[in-house]
Design a protein around this ligand. Structure first.
Ligand SMILES: Nc1ncnc2c1ncn2[C@@H]1O[C@H](COP(=O)(O)OP(=O)(O)O)[C@@H](O)[C@H]1O
Ligand SMILES: [Mg+2]
Length: 390
């Protein structure tokens, strides 16, 4: 609470620099000009020149300093003796050191030292001798230097403060950017998962239903099998969706629901085969434990490739899935002998699958290439290094 009042006071004084300076300059002017009346009009003029500009000491420090300096230089001519207003010189020097441009600050110091020599020479030497004059020179010079150093300290702390504020602002910006990026990446991840799960399951279900329509007439037993595949696929898709929604609901950092991995590619091929596509699976090399994210990427890449075969390769196409556990990376290949380039004549707008695959692989330091095969059909090749880049 007290801190609060103090903070408010500080904020108020910051916001009202000119008002405060003008008020203190007015008080000083009244006192100094008042005492100067005893000496004469010249002394009053000098006092006004030295005190009134202090109102601008922080707002326009160079102007204020120049006016005060003019007063000091005119003083030997206009006023016969030192004035109370000479104290204003120290205030002005402090303000120059703290708030003015470096050249003005240094100029102020030089003029102050000049005054430290001239004033005793003019006012003390002729009356009290050289020794007293020299002592006074020393005294004023120390006062001038100390004041200037104080002002410079103030400048340094102000610069420090400004640098800290700037740094805080930059950090805040950076944090904002980072969280925006993270949110975008998360959205893309979810979009990919949604696309892969939904498109794959629906393609399988549609293929099954289409086949089942004809099969049912001739062979009711086959129809029952087809319906079994449809319900199994639907159930699997539902489970996948639940996982995904679970991840969404939990938010980042929470325990994630188990996701499919590379070891389940065989189940996937089995599932696609059940939907009527002729798929062959070849696994080369021994399976290895993979980080879950890479395993999921491998699974989704094969899933999307097979979905594309179902969707685009045309009837009667055959597919071949190859999973190679090479020493450095997991290599995946999905080839088909379907329509290939012919299917791509009118590419469907907004296809997410191939793009998503490439994104998934890139995320783990790998790559995906895809395209029609020279002899007809379509080919997808993916490389997923075991050690994902950090
Ligand atoms: N196995 C394939 N055979 C023929 N064309 C394919 C095959 N896979 C992908 N394509 C072509 O690549 C395009 C992009 O595929 P994709 O990004 O998965 O989008 P979508 O499957 O939603 O159309 C497809 O529209 C199709 O023209
Ligand atoms: Mg697709």
């Amino acid at each position: 609470m007290q801190q609060n009042v103090f903070d408010k006071l500080v904020a108020w004084t910051r916001a009202n620099t000119l008002l405060l300076d003008a008020f203190s300059a007015l008080l000083l002017t009244l006192v100094c000009a008042g005492t100067a009346t005893a000496t004469g009009a010249g002394a009053v003029l000098v006092s006004l020149l030295m005190c009134v500009p202090l109102a601008l000491r922080r707002v326009l420090p160079e102007v204020s300093g120049a006016l005060v300096a003019a007063g000091g230089l005119l003083q030997p001519v206009l006023a016969g003796e030192p004035q109370t207003a000479n104290l204003a010189v120290l205030v002005s020097l402090y303000s120059l050191a703290a708030y003015a441009a470096p050249w003005a600050s240094r100029g102020g110091l030089l003029l102050g030292l000049f005054g430290a020599v001239v004033a005793p020479a003019r006012y003390v030497w002729p009356y009290s001798g050289l020794a007293s004059a020299l002592a006074l020179v020393l005294f004023i010079a120390v006062l001038v230097v100390a004041t200037w150093l104080l002002g410079s300290l103030r400048r340094a702390s102000r610069q420090n403060e400004r640098a800290l504020l700037e740094r805080a602002r930059l950090l805040e910006n950076e944090r904002e950017n980072e969280s925006r990026l993270a949110a975008t990446a998360e959205r893309q991840r979810i979009a990919r998962e949604m696309h892969d799960v939904v498109a794959h399951s629906l393609s399988v279900i549609i293929a099954q239903a289409d086949g089942g329509r004809y099969a049912a007439a001739a062979n009711p037993a086959a129809a029952a099998e087809v319906l079994g595949t449809i319900s199994a696929t639907g159930r699997q898709a539902l489970a996948d969706m639940r996982n995904l929604l679970g991840v969404l609901r939990q938010g980042p950092g929470d325990e994630r629901a188990p996701q499919p991995d590379a070891g389940q590619v065989a189940d996937l091929v089995e599932q696609v085969r059940a939907s009527g596509l002729d798929v062959e699976l070849e696994v080369v090399g021994g399976e290895r434990p993979l980080p879950p994210a890479i395993g999921l990427a491998a699974y989704r890449i094969v899933q999307e490739s097979l979905t594309n075969v179902l969707k685009h390769a045309g009837p009667g196409a055959r597919a071949r899935v190859e999973v190679r556990w090479d020493p450095d990376a997991l290599r995946l290949g999905v080839d088909d002998d379907g329509r290939g380039a012919a299917a791509m004549v009118a590419p469907s707008p907004g296809g997410q699958g191939l793009v998503g695959m490439a994104e998934r692989a890139r995320l783990h330091g790998g790559a995906v290439t895809s395209g029609p095969r020279p002899g007809g059909g379509f080919r997808v090749r993916a490389t997923l290094p075991y050690a994902s880049p950090s």
